[in-house]
Ligand binder design. Structure first.
Ligand code: BGC
Length: 333
């Protein structure tokens, strides 16, 4: 029987990350800033607490990240009924998503670890046995590169992401509202109060959802009609693939900048609007907006919107799902 384990990777710059095979979870990310260690990832005190919280802290999300409306998909004229875990909809792969699985450690070295999961045919209602690996690499230029690979025995939608929440001021600081965020995206996806896309892609031009220039997250956060629906940012942005990076996040003290690059078509920006009561590392609880998740993925509910301008989210048996997302940290000493 595999057991839960914690793995530490470190690099020549003195950066250290921790991971667990429980949910193939990214537990910790410590940066050396001005001779001190700054933890920039939200996390819990123990693995038991990770298993009890419902904010998906640092976890690998699958088989399908984000929401699928009515927990229903159609493949080759056949309906598949998935496990619903948010009202009638499915969120982040269903009741027992990949975040709640014990993965095998396939290989591990000083700066790299690979986790393996076999998701059986019918898992959470999805067709096909899915063989998944997630590799975390810590490079000497302070990048955490996450490689996602999968193969299937039947056509199935696959959307793997990581659900880390960042607070670049250090996770003990109250919130991320004074961070600046830039997202290279010309379109975003409006959603209803259940987070289900309801209007199709909308241009960010002349709109308060525009993040193409670095923007203070607190700026009119809850004054925007769009963000009032979701209690803050909780929206997918369709990435401008002509740009080298997907997004950039800057701490309020300007000491830490994080660049996000990805092969995925979209980025879900979630400002931790419902984080309150999530256990933190210090015997207490996080409050809302304590961290921000920048989740690379296909657009939400893509299985039901084949017309959207992105590659297909369906993986065929003869194909290999291969994506990566990198979070690179720049420290201004
Ligand atoms: C979703 C949020 C959800 C959160 C759960 C995010 O990816 O966009 O709506 O509340 O995950 O932690």
């Amino acid at each position: 029987m595999p057991i839960t384990q914690i793995i530490e990777l470190s690099n020549k710059q003195g950066m250290q990350i921790k991971l667990s095979n429980w949910g193939a979870t990214w537990l910790s990310c410590e940066l050396p800033v001005n001779g001190q260690t700054r933890e920039v990832l939200l996390g819990c005190r123990s693995l038991e607490q990770y298993q009890q919280q419902d904010a998906y802290l640092g976890a690998t999300i699958g088989r399908y990240a984000n929401r699928i409306a009515n927990a229903t998909i159609n493949i080759d004229n056949k309906q598949y009924y998935l496990t619903a875990n948010q009202g009638v909809n499915q969120l982040h792969g269903g009741k027992l998503g990949f975040d709640k699985q014990l993965w095998l450690i396939q290989s591990c070295s000083d700066q790299q670890v690979t986790f393996l999961l076999i998701s059986p045919d019918g898992d959470q209602g999805f067709p096909g046995e899915l063989n998944v690996t997630v590799t975390y690499k810590l490079t000497d230029d302070n990048q955490v590169i996450i490689l996602f690979n999968a193969t299937t025995t039947k056509t199935t939608p696959v959307n793997l992401t990581n659900h880390a929440y960042f607070n670049l001021d250090g996770e003990i600081s109250k919130d991320i509202l004074n961070h600046k965020l830039k997202v290279n995206a010309n379109y975003y996806l409006p959603v209803n109060a259940n987070g289900i896309p309801n209007k199709g892609l909308a241009s960010v031009a002349m709109h308060d959802m525009d993040l193409r220039q670095p923007k203070l997250l607190s700026e009119k956060l809850l004054e925007s009609a769009e963000r009032q629906i979701t209690g803050g940012y909780d929206h997918a942005y369709l990435l401008d693939k002509t740009k080298a990076i997907a997004a950039q996040l800057i701490s309020s003290d300007k000491k830490v900048t994080m660049n996000v690059t990805t092969t995925k078509p979209s980025l879900q920006i979630y400002t931790g609007n419902f984080l309150q009561h999530t256990p933190n590392r210090h015997n207490g609880e996080y409050g809302n907006f304590a961290g921000i998740a920048l989740e690379s993925q296909f657009l939400p509910d893509s299985p039901n919107h084949p017309d959207w301008p992105q590659p297909s989210c369906f993986l065929q048996p003869e194909q290999i799902y291969e994506h990566y997302t990198a979070y690179q940290f720049f420290i201004n000493q």
